[in-house]
Design a protein around this ligand. Structure first.
Ligand SMILES: Cc1ncc(COP(=O)(O)O)c(C=O)c1O
Length: 426
């Protein structure tokens, strides 16, 4: 929390309104500020202090960050403050700060970031904006979230494109082979996720985008699970578009997202939703014929109209929070917890089917599994009774379970889940 801009009276009233938990969170913030230093992925005492900064209920074992990431206090505070400033001063529209912050965070330029409200918004802009004609082919996976399946299927329905699918393999090399095998003379785009929601394996996104570029195809990436989990450099990845959100691994406000559109690609990708802010203002309804003006020369052409000051202040605070701990430190801790989960599941031998690859570059903090002989919904129910929140995966008939861990989780929580697995196995 930043008190520098406040007068004494306001600071005092804020302090008076703070709960004990918020005060403990402020104290913890002093201790987890790493100033760019490395923190060991197994330094559980450090990560316990990070946990103090989350209001997440202590009697809930939340192992479902892949659906949404609970925000820490500083993010919630920033949202409240942003709304308060908006409503007290009539101030409106300071979103360029957020755009710039996101751009730096993901290795892009300011003019390459459009604000959206979720991943689905960004995918639709990418999918609907590329020039495709009847018979053109697009490659996606069999593991799509509906947010990356429906837009492409909609184009199949409406424009006669052909959606082709591959199933992610247990190694990055085999996944690349499967994609290569699907490519024909008619393939125009790869619309793959960076990290599918089902099993959370990290796909070889840079190689996939390089392949797309080499074969003159568009790369329209579903990046729901990238930022906040993995330090990103989108220029290095080389995609045409990357749709993401702040409400999963970035731990930001729910209903905030963004779309990266490579600068050189913006004249190829048609805007889907236009209005105030997306044009250069040089239009004239009084002229005959009407003068249309043009799109702005940056990714603002992809979004328009009023945005929320409060929510986007929260996005800035979420990135500050991540940078305070260190994106690299977070990534390593997440890999550590993911490995701990994998090892714990593998210890059950053939009673468990681990679906997420163990290959170093493909594994992250999300793991998919099945318990042989136990229906996934039954196990989900057993967990719910014990206030353990995981996700059932019914996408594409996978009928499996997903556990995803972030920095507010610890090994005891994973152990608690494993005790329910043990009970299910009998
Ligand atoms: C891989 C993937 N893509 C897309 C989405 C849709 O995200 P949103 O709800 O932000 O639109 C999700 C959400 O869980 C997801 O996991």
């Amino acid at each position: 929390m930043n008190f520098s801009r406040r007068n004494f009276i306001r600071s005092a009233s804020v302090l008076a309104a703070m709960t004990m938990n918020e005060m403990q969170s402020m104290a913890a913030a002093m201790e987890v500020r790493t100033n760019g230093n490395t923190v060991a992925d197994n330094d559980d005492a450090f990560w316990d202090k990070v946990r103090v900064m989350f209001p997440l209920s202590k009697d809930l074992t939340y192992l479902n960050n892949g659906t949404f990431g609970p925000s820490p206090y500083p993010v919630i505070e920033a949202v409240k403050e942003g709304m308060m400033e908006n409503d007290m001063n009539g101030q409106y529209g300071n979103w360029d700060v957020t755009v710039s912050k996101i751009a730096k965070f993901v290795g892009a330029r300011d003019e390459e970031i459009a604000l959206t409200h979720n991943v689905t918004d960004g995918i639709n802009i990418g999918c609907w904006g590329i020039p495709l004609k009847r018979g053109d082919e697009v490659i996606i996976t069999t593991h799509e979230h509906s947010g990356n399946a429906m837009p492409w299927m909609n184009r199949q329905k409406q424009h006669g494109i052909v959606v082709k699918t591959y199933t992610p393999a247990s190694t990055a090399a085999e996944t690349l082979t499967r994609i290569n095998d699907l490519i024909s003379k008619k393939t125009r785009a790869i619309g793959t996720p960076h990290i599918p929601c089902t099993q959370g394996q990290i796909l070889p996104i840079k190689e996939i985008c390089t392949l797309a570029r080499d074969k003159n195809m568009f790369s329209i990436i579903d990046g729901a699970h990238g930022p906040g989990m993995i330090p990103l450099d989108l220029h290095d990845i080389g995609c045409d578009t990357y749709a993401s959100c702040s409400h999963k691994w970035m731990l930001g406000p729910k209903g905030t997202g963004f779309l990266y559109v490579r600068k050189d690609f913006q004249d190829t990708l048609s805007p889907l939703t236009v209005g105030a802010g997306s044009d250069n203002g040089k239009w004239d309804l009084m002229a005959t014929p009407v003068v249309t003006g043009d799109y702005v020369g940056n990714a603002h052409r992809y979004y328009a109209g009023t945005q929320s000051n409060g929510l986007y202040a929260g996005v800035v605070a979420a990135i500050d929070f991540i940078e305070m701990i260190g994106a690299e430190n977070i990534y390593k801790r997440l890999k550590h917890l993911g490995k701990y989960t994998q090892d714990s599941l593998l210890a059950f031998g053939d009673k468990i089917e681990l679906l997420t690859p163990t290959e170093e570059r493909s594994r992250g903090p999300v793991n998919g599994f099945r318990i042989r002989g136990t229906d996934f919904q039954k196990f989900f129910g057993m967990c719910s009774q014990k206030k353990i929140r995981i996700r059932g995966v019914n996408e594409n008939g996978l009928n499996s379970l997903r556990v995803s861990t972030h920095i507010y989780n610890n090994k005891q929580e994973i152990d608690k889940l494993m005790s329910v697995v043990k009970e299910a196995i009998g």
